[in-house]
Each structure stands twice: as structure tokens, then as C-alpha cells.
Design a protein around this ligand. Structure first.
Ligand SMILES: [Zn+2]
Length: 462
């Protein structure tokens, strides 16, 4: 068993390691990607300007001339116009599980390898995690197996091998590739998956939460990776009942983010450090935090990340705008200057950790910002941190109904007084501008729990 672990793990460890100069590797891959997409992918044939190879143009400056690719573009040209004509037998379909527009993207063999390697890099960069240390994942209820990967069910390694033997599949490549994924999950990553909160929503009853706490204390994982809502609810439960911290050194979220305010709560209740990362089903992991915890280092050898304004023009470093991702590895279905739907900012100043790649700070979904009078905006993080700091409020969800009218659902904190009038007044004051002719209309109601969206994730600002 150990031999299987190391033979499967060895190549990944090498692939996952940061190269000496990730920016140079990325430049080379960007030039290759642009050439490949222009020659083989109908959607990009006219969008990518021809490069005179003798002039050796900077590929990043060529990239800036290419129009932004939207999710609508991908949907309208899927699959024939936006793929490279390679053999579909080698394709793996990935479904985005976002709360917004749902898309299918296609990964070839090389991209699947890169996704696995990026996942390993992200874990190893998080508080000295190493493959083999026990970890626990608590994904949203709907994707209990391999999130986003269509058609892959969770099977044990041994039963998978038995199935291959029974069906005489040992000459096929696909079952062997699946086998490698299984060996990684069970033997390399030593990973357990707990079920999500499901129908309980954001706030299961105390008995259910106690079961999660008991199981985490028994399993003693080195790393826990869960939906942000699950982490914050468990953290508040521990804090409220004066329960000792869980002593899990590395805490991470999947599929969603924690606000700055929730970070310290989670760290004290879980008794470890929170390590942020950024990724999606389309791309896998794109960036992660270093020991400085000040922005996420972009995997520049695998991705080119830009931040642009509404018109698609680059914004200065440090200014918030739309995040564009170019996947340097996926030649099967290239995504070039893809508008992923998040707001963020880039910091290219030197990081004390020595990593020279740019650092990305993500500010939440572009569709989930609240636009106030005079064009002021508040991101999901701002709204949630404000609402959760109000007296007697455990958690809350804000729906922007347009025309400066808002509906707020509040989960009251147990055993703490909550005044609906005072809560409402505080929200009105926070959303108002002194110059406003009339205050915003705010309706506040209490709820026992917040229900997830159909994909199993939660949206706190709609
Ligand atoms: Zn750093």
C-alpha cells in the first residue's frame, strides 16, 4: 500500500513544487497557449492578434488586446467552437457549482494533472501540511464526492481494482486514471469526507453540532477544509458553550470565503491558523496565501491573472476591479481573459516570503455587491461583517430588492437579547448617506436558519 502511495505521489510532488521562476514559465506557456488557441479553437481564431514571431512580442501585451471572455461567450460556443478538436475520449467534463450561472468546462489529460498538482501545492503551502497527514473535508451536501467532477463516484481503491479485473479493463487507460485519483484521495491525502449540514441550513440544532465536534475530536485531523458557513457555525457553537478548541492546526474553506471578521472567530475556536486560497471548478486552485497572510500568491506558472474595470481595461495595482483568469495549461478548452465573476485587486510589491508572483486579494462575487446612493458600494464581506457584529445577531442575509429597499433575515444568537427595532435602525444608518433625501427602506425578520442555494452553497447578499 505504501509503495502505491509513493509511486502515485512522487510525480505529483515534483509537479506541485513551485518552479524557480514561475513568471518565466508562465510567459512561455502563455505564448504557446495563444498560438494554440489561435490555430485550433474557432472562437479564438479571430480574437487573438497574429504575432510576428521574429519580433518576439511580449505575450502579456498581446493578451491585453484580446477581448474579455464572458460566461455567456462560453455557453454560446460550447462545445465545438471553444474546444481544440482533440479526441473527446480524453475529455473530462467539469461542472461549475457556483451559485451563479452554471457552466460545463472540459479538461484534457494535462489539465487534470495540473489541477491535482495545484491542489497539492495549495495544501503543502498551508501550514506545513504534507500528504499522508489526516484531513477532513465537509463539502456542501450536493457534492459529497469529488466536487465539480461529473460522473465520478466515490469508490474504495480495492473495490475499484476488483471492478477493473472483473470487467477486464486492465488494458483501458481511463480506469487507470480513475485509479490514480482514488489512490490520491485515500492513500496519499488520507482524507475523510463528512456530510454537509444539508436540510438543516446554516444553523443545525446543538445535538447535530455536538456530533460534528465529537467526530472531529476523535479523528484529530491536521487539516480541515469546509464550507465557510459550516466553519463559522461550528466555531460559534464551540465559543458559546465554552468548549475547548479543537486543536486543528490548518483550517481552510472550500467553495466560499470567510470574511475578515469570521477569520479570528474560526482560528480561536478551531485552535489553528486559517489559510486562504482561491480557485474554481473551471480552473482548480489558482492562488494561495503564504506565511505572511497578506494576499494570495498567484500560481503564475499555471495562470495569468488580471484585474480590469467594467469596460475591460486594466486598473492600477491595488484598485478593485473584475478578476480575469487565463488558464495557461488547458489547451483542450482554452479560457483566455475569462471573467470569472469575482472582484479583486492585485499587489505586485515584493512579499517578505520571497515568492515573486503577484498577490491577489479577492473581495467577493461581483453580482453580490450592494450599490448604495451616490454610487457607493459594499461587498459581501463588508455587509456580513457589519451585520454579524450587531448585538444579538448570530448570522444574517441581506436581499437587495432594488430602489434602495432591503430585506434582512436575522438568525438571533441564542440566549442574547435582540431588538428588531434597534437592529433595523442600525442597518438603516449604515446604508444611508447624509445627502440622501429619504432613508433606505429596510425590513428585518428573524429566521431559525438560512437555507442554502440549490448548489448547496450559501449566499448572504443577494
Ligand atoms: Zn508571500
Amino acid at each position: 500500500m505504501r509503495a502505491g502511495c509513493w509511486s502515485a505521489g512522487g510525480r505529483f510532488v515534483a509537479l506541485a513544487r513551485w518552479p524557480d521562476d514561475p513568471l518565466a514559465v508562465g510567459q512561455q506557456r502563455l505564448a504557446e497557449l495563444l498560438q494554440h488557441a489561435r490555430d485550433n479553437v474557432p472562437f479564438y481564431a479571430d480574437r487573438i492578434p497574429a504575432v510576428d514571431r521574429r519580433q518576439s512580442a511580449d505575450p502579456a501585451s498581446v493578451l491585453e488586446q484580446i477581448p474579455v471572455t464572458t460566461k455567456d461567450d462560453v455557453e454560446a460556443h460550447f462545445p465545438d467552437q471553444i474546444t481544440d478538436g482533440s479526441d473527446p475520449a480524453d475529455w473530462r467534463l467539469m461542472s461549475t457549482r457556483g451559485t451563479a450561472q452554471r457552466l460545463i468546462t472540459i479538461h484534457g489529460f494535462a489539465k487534470r494533472d495540473a489541477v491535482r498538482a495545484a491542489n497539492l501545492r495549495m495544501l503543502c503551502d498551508s501550514g506545513r501540511y504534507r500528504p499522508g497527514l489526516p484531513s477532513v473535508e465537509i463539502p456542501p451536501e450536493v457534492c459529497e464526492t469529488v466536487c465539480g467532477d461529473l460522473g465520478e463516484t466515490q469508490t474504495g481503491v480495492v473495490s475499484h481494482v476488483m471492478g477493473m479485473l472483473r470487467q477486464r479493463q486492465w488494458r483501458d487507460t481511463q480506469p487507470f486514471r480513475d485509479l490514480r485519483g482514488l489512490i490520491e484521495t485515500h492513500w496519499v491525502f488520507h482524507r475523510q469526507t463528512y456530510p454537509g449540514f444539508g436540510l438543516h441550513g446554516s444553523h443545525p440544532d446543538p445535538d447535530t453540532l455536538n456530533q460534528y465536534v465529537a467526530r472531529l475530536r476523535t479523528d484529530r485531523p491536521y487539516l480541515v477544509k469546509a464550507l465557510a458557513t459550516y466553519l463559522t457555525t461550528l466555531a460559534r457553537h464551540l465559543q458559546r458553550n465554552d468548549l475547548p478548541p479543537l486543536n486543528i492546526p490548518v483550517i481552510k474553506t472550500m467553495g466560499s470565503r470567510v470574511t475578515p471578521g469570521q477569520r479570528s472567530l474560526i482560528e480561536s475556536s478551531f485552535g489553528g491558523k486559517y489559510w486562504d486560497d482561491y480557485g474554481s471548478a473551471e480552473f482548480g486552485t489558482i492562488a494561495n496565501e503564504c506565511v505572511e497572510h497578506a494576499g494570495l500568491h498567484v500560481y503564475s506558472d499555471w495562470f495569468h491573472v488580471e484585474v480590469v474595470d467594467d469596460a475591460g481595461n486594466p486598473v492600477p495595482d491595488g484598485k478593485v476591479g473584475h478578476v480575469l483568469i487565463t488558464d495557461l495549461v488547458n489547451h483542450t478548452m482554452p479560457l483566455i481573459r475569462y471573467k470569472i465573476g469575482d472582484l479583486g485587486r492585485i499587489d505586485r510589491s515584493p512579499c517578505p516570503c520571497g515568492n515573486k508572483t503577484p498577490r491577489l486579494t479577492v473581495h467577493g462575487r461581483a453580482q453580490d455587491i450592494v450599490t448604495l446612493s451616490q454610487g457607493r458600494i459594499q461587498t459581501t464581506d463588508d455587509v456580513l461583517d457589519f451585520l454579524e457584529a450587531l448585538p444579538g445577531v448570530d448570522s444574517a442575509q441581506l436581499v437587495d430588492c432594488g430602489d434602495h429597499s432591503y430585506q434582512v433575515s436575522v438568525v438571533p444568537a441564542p440566549n442574547r437579547p435582540l431588538s428588531l427595532d434597534e437592529t433595523k435602525q442600525a442597518i438603516v444608518n449604515w446604508l444611508s448617506n447624509p445627502q440622501d433625501s429619504s432613508p433606505p427602506a429596510v425590513d428585518v425578520q428573524t429566521v431559525a436558519t438560512i437555507r442554502p442555494e440549490s448548489g448547496g452553497k450559501f449566499r448572504y447578499v443577494k
